[in-house]
Design a protein around this ligand. Structure first.
Ligand code: F6P
Length: 525
């Protein structure tokens, strides 16, 4: 499918003109004063997530042009191509079907989308694997001899399950401790192993490819530790979550849960990679996570662009990056349980859309992925919110708040109200600012933010929140015309590390640049 590059559409120069004429001077307070319905017009409900977009630098004019841009870029057709299993990951010649992992089974005579029916074979495999994985999770949960689970994986094989296990701690109905080891820094593995016994530990080796250096190094060390400590049954104490079952078998692991090359690493929480979460919250909880994400998939797939939350968020991202020139976005989950959400979203957004060429490999003359960063509120307030309020750069902030606290309010009275008050106050302060003579105590205000609100943090709402983020990344990537599903930019460093590693032992500096050679000498001395 040929698609018009976004800067060659008629909406693009129209957006540039609008930005120059009025967009750059957009005044949020004036917009609210002029339109009493602004909150309703610029808020959007979606499954499990309510979004207040009204504190963003948009009005009816810019929104209309952004939707036009989406249509000219054939966003809907591109979305439908993904949902019908076309190879939208062109550089790897792969379909992109993580959404299928959360699709309920479809009977042949169901009136479900014909697009899903086309990929019915894959869906059958998905459910067979899911059932097996969840049955294993239940078996582990019931196994009182196992007290500790160690997930060894990195990137998408770590960030998703770790973020979700922390987020859903309230729903963890097993007493088992779940540890995550990702870094090749031996300190991390050693610290986790310190308190463990081989006979009560289950290692999950999570790697899509089963070749990632960090993970394989940690996996081999874990097995050495297991055997050295008298562990005997590798078959019982190691399981692999991977698309490369042959390599896992070769490693000596017979319990394997597979997935498919059409699941990108950073989109793999819903696959066997989610096993640590399934062990923590149980099969029923994991199915609720999938159901929440599926509800968001259906919203993205079927809602008109104008009422489609992932579309509205993705277009806002384009508006800010390419017209306002905002280089970053800060994510502020006002929930301690969501403390790993920023790290998870960093991979999702920057590994997906941190590209400088289009899907055909041609250099792009405009900016793509913003830098994504953040910490949970209220901690961020006491660290970098100073810069958000009074710094020289404007950084749109995305608040994520939860209406009802995880803990019973009578246990910790007042906490949740204070937490919510802070989230609302920060969004308000960013917008309103404070006139104080232009000096140190002056807040310029007019700083944009989005406020995402969940009723409660549950498996279903977490699933919906994450699927929402996946799809908004899809939207901006589609507008930019890039392949959001490859990650060639991570390869060079891996190759160079393989060259440098033996030099650290041999001291061979031949052919190296002056800085690397100098550092090697320093390390050797
Ligand atoms: O190096 C980047 C990357 O390929 C990510 O995309 C991926 O999530 C991570 O490494 C881990 O890969 P694997 O699951 O194959 O070990």
């Amino acid at each position: 499918m040929t698609r018009l590059r976004c800067d060659q559409t008629s909406a693009w120069p129209a957006l540039q003109a609008l930005y120059a004429a009025s967009g750059k001077n957009f005044d949020l307070k004036a917009a609210f004063a002029a339109d009493p319905d602004r909150f309703a017009t610029f808020s959007q409900g979606a499954p499990h997530v309510f979004a207040d977009l009204s504190k963003n630098l948009v009005d009816a004019g810019s929104q209309t042009l952004l939707f036009e841009l989406a249509r000219e870029c054939r966003l809907e057709q591109h979305r439908d191509a993904m949902f019908s299993g076309e190879s939208v990951n062109g550089t790897e010649k792969r379909a992109v079907m993580h959404f299928l992992l959360r699709n309920p089974p479809v009977a042949q005579d169901d009136d479900e989308s014909s697009a899903i029916k086309k990929i019915a074979t894959e869906l059958t495999q998905v459910h067979a694997t899911l059932d097996a994985m969840l049955a294993y999770a239940e078996q582990v949960r019931a196994d009182t001899a196992i007290t500790d689970i160690v997930n060894i994986g990195i990137g998408g094989s770590d960030l998703g399950p770790q973020m979700a296990v922390l987020a859903l701690g309230e729903f963890a109905t097993t007493g088992k401790r779940i540890h995550f080891v990702s870094n090749v820094d031996g300190d991390e593995l050693a610290t986790v192993l310190k308190g463990l016994k081989p006979q009560s530990t289950l290692f999950l080796i999570a790697s899509k490819t089963f070749t990632t250096t960090e993970t394989m190094t940690n996996a081999h060390s874990a097995r050495r530790w297991f055997e050295a400590q008298g562990g005997r049954d590798v078959g019982r104490h190691f399981a692999a979550l991977t698309t490369n079952v042959a390599a896992a078998n070769e490693f000596g692991i017979s319990t394997t849960f597979g997935f498919w090359d059409w699941v990108g690493g950073r989109y793999s929480l819903w696959s066997a990679i989610g096993l640590p979460l399934a062990i923590a919250i149980g099969a029923a909880g994991f199915r609720q996570l999938l159901a929440g994400a599926h509800a968001m998939d259906e919203h993205f797939r079927t809602a008109p662009l104008e009422r489609n939350l992932p579309v509205r968020l993705g277009l806002l991202d384009v508006w800010y990056r390419n017209f306002h020139g905002f280089a970053s976005r800060s994510i502020a989950p006002y929930s301690s349980a969501l403390r790993r959400l920023p790290a998870y979203l960093q991979q999702l957004e920057m590994e997906s859309n941190g590209k400088r060429v289009d899907a055909d490999g041609k250099a792009l003359p405009f900016e793509t992925s913003p830098v994504l960063w953040g910490e949970p509120g209220t901690n961020g307030q006491h660290a970098y919110f100073q810069m958000l309020h009074q710094g020289t750069s404007v950084v749109p902030v995305e608040f994520v708040a939860v209406k009802t606290a995880a803990h019973a309010p009578h246990d910790l009275p007042g906490h949740h109200t204070k937490l919510l008050a802070n989230a609302l106050a920060q969004a308000q302060a960013l917008m309103q600012g404070k006139e104080d003579g232009g000096g140190h105590k002056h807040f310029p205000g007019n700083r944009p933010s989005t406020f995402l609100l969940l009723e409660r943090l549950t498996p279903a709402s977490l699933g919906a929140l994450i699927a929402l983020q996946e799809h908004r990344v899809f939207v901006s990537g589609a507008i930019w015309g890039i392949n959001s599903f490859d990650q060639w930019g991570v390869e060079l460093g891996k190759v160079l590390a393989k060259d440098i590693e033996p030099r650290l032992r041999s001291g061979d500096l031949s052919g190296l640049d002056g800085s690397t050679a100098g550092l090697l000498r320093k390390i050797a001395g």
